[in-house]
Ligand binder design. Sequence first.
Ligand code: ADP
Ligand code: NI
Length: 217
Amino acid sequence: MSNLDLINKTILFVRGKLANAEGGHDWFHIQRVYKNALLIAGEENCDETVVKLGALLHDIADSKFHDGDETVGPKIAREFLESEGVSEDIITYVIQIIDNISFKGGNNEKHFSSLELDIVQDADRLDAIGAIGIARAFNYGGFKNRSMYDPQIAPKLNMTKEEYKSSQAPTINHFYEKLLLLKDKMNTQTGKQIAQKRHDYMQGFLSQFYAEWDGEQ
Ligand code: ADP
Ligand code: NI
């Protein structure tokens, strides 16, 4: 099977699986991450097939929606890739990306590193910041019934994975707990440049938010 066929089949598979996914992790998230990943990959000497498969399959089964089970996504991805006759070394690479892409709360060690993981991770992080990042954060906060902002509740840095998962804090806190920290965690040059632009946009948003909160223009 040609690479193009494999990628097209993967796109169809992922679209089907995510047909009823919630807003932050739906097919459009995957599509944006895929585009970000291609943009970054164009600047790097990497294995593009691995990057594409990693980007497409990285959220195939979010543990949040499987009782915290982090093995479901990699298992589904492996079964799909095996059924398509993809070679074991490519499968291993892609699964390592899915396993390592998200380190919740930022305090967990990365167990594996590769340029392709760096690229997909940057691509995923870019979708958490900027205008889309702001929209996703408030969408998530609404889904979880969180308040937008409460000046009495300070952001909490250095949370453990468990604290991060069970946090009930207002959505604005998430900017300080995660979103504004992402710019300095970017792996690639291209990722860093785009992140800086999106970071500045979020800072502008926050200034305006507080101004309006205080009854200013
Ligand atoms: P990822 O796509 O990297 O796995 P998450 O599943 O942690 O990210 O989050 C999905 C989206 O929801 C992201 O845009 C993220 O910023 C947002 N989000 C996650 N946790 C919170 C939170 N506590 N408050 C607001 N937004 C959140
Ligand atoms: Ni994602």
